[in-house]
Design a protein around this ligand. Structure first.
Ligand SMILES: Nc1nc2c(ncn2[C@@H]2O[C@H](COP(=O)(O)OP(=O)(O)OP(=O)(O)O)[C@@H](O)[C@H]2O)c(=O)[nH]1
Ligand SMILES: [K+]
Ligand SMILES: [Mg+2]
Length: 399
């Protein structure tokens, strides 16, 4: 029996098993079996080199966004609108057969947007080009799940299930469970909170299923069996997702209103060019991108090319900023001067752990070249507005 048949069999058994106190151990075990099989399914077949027929597109810019959705929801139309790169759009399904990259220029940053073939139910098990598409989604910093506002709302759940089946977790953070395999000593199980979804015995059973007999487990939140399995598997990818309901030009205002109120969602129409600017702003926010402008001493800040950092990936404190400019820079930094929303007064003298915010201006003062005489003059800016406005970008910032 192949892996997919085994998965189907377990899924069927789970579906016909009633959920109650008496069956929870059995169900937990089935979940672990299922997770193991799905991991097996993702492993490249023996003898084949990794990758191969995937959609290898080189990463580019300050972040990568993947367009994921059923066929003909308007992914290619959206790519063309947002990037200017043409991607064939048509009224028949599976118009797009490969990965097509485009670049969004937004807030002085470059964001790579990837158009992809439509996926269908069963994609995670290899239907259509599902596996390759999902692999690209996994490599992204943000998933835009494109949905047709006029079609069934169940599509969102189906797609989420397909992505979850291959270890993607959308808009979630890793569970607060400490887990460490050991060589000896048995299982040390501890919890800092009362657990309502899982207990010690079930935990042991799941570990037994994975043939793990020595480990340290500490629950720091009221986590579920699925959370625990995610931690054991260890290969989960936690990615932000924005749900994009396209084609609102063909549905009634009540539907538009309802869809727009769903969490992490936005309604758009490519045909009418409706709400695309809001979509860009939402993407920017979801990606946690932060622009930092450098200011050489005694000169105007360079507003033409920001250093773009991410709160989610890599972090955005002064240290990250310095490392971004040059790896060897940090050791020479004495302190930095910061103008912008993260500063209490202008400029604020900060150390390397100071967390920067979008549109901050930073001047680096190096150990050898420090000129303390300049500090007195900075004070004159303490009444400046909290945000570097477009007008100020053009006006001179002293020192
Ligand atoms: N009414 C309406 N139609 C749209 C909108 N956006 C796209 N379409 C139409 O929807 C159809 C499918 O668009 P595509 O961009 O090819 O969709 P896709 O998701 O890339 O499709 P596949 O590549 O086949 O998966 C085309 O006929 C588009 O003109 C919209 O906002 N409103
Ligand atoms: K299409
Ligand atoms: Mg397409």
């Amino acid at each position: 029996m192949g892996i997919i048949e085994k998965i189907k069999e377990i899924e069927a058994e789970m579906a016909r098993t009633q959920k109650n106190k008496a069956t929870e151990y059995h169900l937990g075990q089935l979940k672990a079996k299922l997770a193991k099989l799905r991991t097996q399914l993702l492993e490249p077949p023996k003898g084949s080199s990794a990758g191969g027929d995937g959609f290898e597109v080189t990463k580019f810019g300050h972040g990568r966004v993947a367009l994921i959705g059923f066929p003909s929801v308007g992914k290619s139309t959206l790519l063309t609108m947002l990037t200017g790169t043409h991607s064939e759009a048509a009224s028949y399904e599976f118009t797009t057969l490969t990965c097509i990259p485009g670049i969004i220029l937004y807030n002085d940053a470059k964001i790579q947007l990837l158009d992809l073939p439509g996926i269908i139910e069963g994609a995670s098990e290899g239907k259509g080009r599902g596996r390759q598409v999902i692999a690209v989604a996994k490599s992204s910093d943000l998933v835009l799940m494109v949905l047709d506002a006029s079609k069934s709302e169940g599509h969102r759940q189906i797609l989420t299930r397909e992505l979850e089946a291959v270890g993607l977790r959308l808009n979630k953070r890793p569970p607060l469970i400490y887990f460490k395999r050991k060589k000896t000593g048995g299982i040390a199980f501890n919890t800092t909170v009362p657990l309502s979804h899982i207990d010690e015995k079930l935990c042991y059973q799941i570990l037994h299923e994975y043939k793990i007999h020595n480990a340290e487990v500490l629950f720091r939140e009221d986590a579920t069996v699925d959370d625990f399995i995610d931690v054991i598997e260890g290969n989960r990818k936690y990615i932000k997702c924005v749900y994009v309901y396209n084609k609102i030009d063909v549905v009634g205002i009540d539907d538009v209103d309802r869809l727009s109120r769903k969490p992490n969602s936005i309604v758009i129409s490519c045909n009418l060019k409706l709400n695309l600017d809001r979509l860009l702003a939402k993407m920017w926010e979801a990606m946690g991108l932060v622009r930092v402008y450098t200011k050489p001493q005694g000169q105007q800040p360079d507003f033409s090319e920001p250093v773009v950092l991410s709160t989610d990936r890599g972090g955005c404190c002064v240290e990250d900023f310095c490392n971004h400019i040059h790896r060897s820079l940090l050791k020479d930094v004495k302190y930095v001067l910061v103008w912008g929303t993260s500063a209490k007064h202008y400029p604020q003298r900060c150390g390397v752990t100071h967390v920067l915010q979008d549109e901050d201006v930073v001047q680096i003062v190096k150990k050898k070249t420090e000129e303390d005489g300049a500090r007195g003059r900075f004070k004159s800016h303490s009444n400046a507005p909290a945000r570097i406005s477009d007008r100020e970008k053009k006006a001179p910032l002293k020192n």
